[in-house]
Design a protein around this ligand. Structure first.
Ligand SMILES: O=C(O)COP(=O)(O)O
Ligand SMILES: [Mg+2]
Length: 229
């Protein structure tokens, strides 16, 4: 079966999937080149908790079909930005910031998201905000988003934006990729993924990080990954 560009969309996480911690999350040139080539034939989007200012520094030379940043809250496609949050989010974010100040917790703000690094083991202190916010964990870091916003929702929004109706292949490593897997037809964990992600994956790559992603792209390009899985 000749697979066309509108049949496959690869949605890949960034930290510890495309880029390794060992390389300070700077994209490897070979990985960027492979993705740029792949993106000419199929759709490839990067779906990450990161803010644009960090991606601009770390992912130099990577030109995918689109970007879903701030853990699903910000879409960048064809040089246009789309934020996914309700009009009252900024008031709610103010309330959350006051709680973080009372807890004497360090945080940083993206366009939509709140980052609370090294707080994963104390996230129970933030219980009260789960009424109106979504809390995502990535290893030891915490991300706070509008209720109902996560990576999976960002991908579904992107699908609608470009009118995509094909199959989604998700690639990830950590807790905040669960929602990405939920919207995928094929779920792929890189070799260095946490056990909970490997357990629910259809495929676990032999290689870690970007080399694992290249493994998958080569399988798709050579027709070894069958979409009727
Ligand atoms: O946690 C982050 O800021 C980014 O991490 P991710 O690319 O693995 O989502
Ligand atoms: Mg990751």
């Amino acid at each position: 079966m000749d697979i066309g560009s509108n049949d496959i969309l690869v949605a890949s996480d960034y930290d510890r999937t495309l880029a390794s911690e060992e390389n300070n999350f700077i994209i490897n040139e070979k990985v960027a080149k492979k993705i740029n080539e792949f993106s000419k034939r199929f759709k490839f989007i990067v779906v990450t908790g990161r803010e644009k200012k960090f991606i601009d520094k770390l992912a130099v030379g990577l030109n995918p079909t689109g970007w879903i940043l701030e853990n699903g809250a910000l879409i960048i496609y064809n040089n246009k930005e789309y934020t996914l949050c309700s009009s009252d989010w900024l008031d709610k974010r103010e309330r959350i910031v006051k709680i973080l100040d009372q807890l004497k917790v360090r945080y940083s703000l993206g366009k939509v998201i709140i980052y609370v690094d090294n707080y994963g083991d104390k996230v129970a202190n933030l219980k009260e905000i789960t009424e109106y916010a979504n809390i995502e964990i990535n290893r030891k870091d915490v991300m706070i988003l509008p209720k109902g916003i996560d990576k999976g929702v960002g991908v579904l929004k992107f699908k609608e934006l470009i009118g995509f109706s094909g199959k989604i292949i998700a690639i990830g490593d950590s807790e905040n990729d669960h929602s990405l897997f939920k919207v995928a037809d094929i779920k792929i964990a890189v070799a260095n993924a946490i056990p909970q992600i490997k357990e629910i994956a259809d495929i676990v790559t032999v290689n870690p990080n970007g080399l694992g992603v290249i493994e998958i792209l080569d399988k798709i390009l050579s027709g070894q990954i069958f979409l009727n899985m």
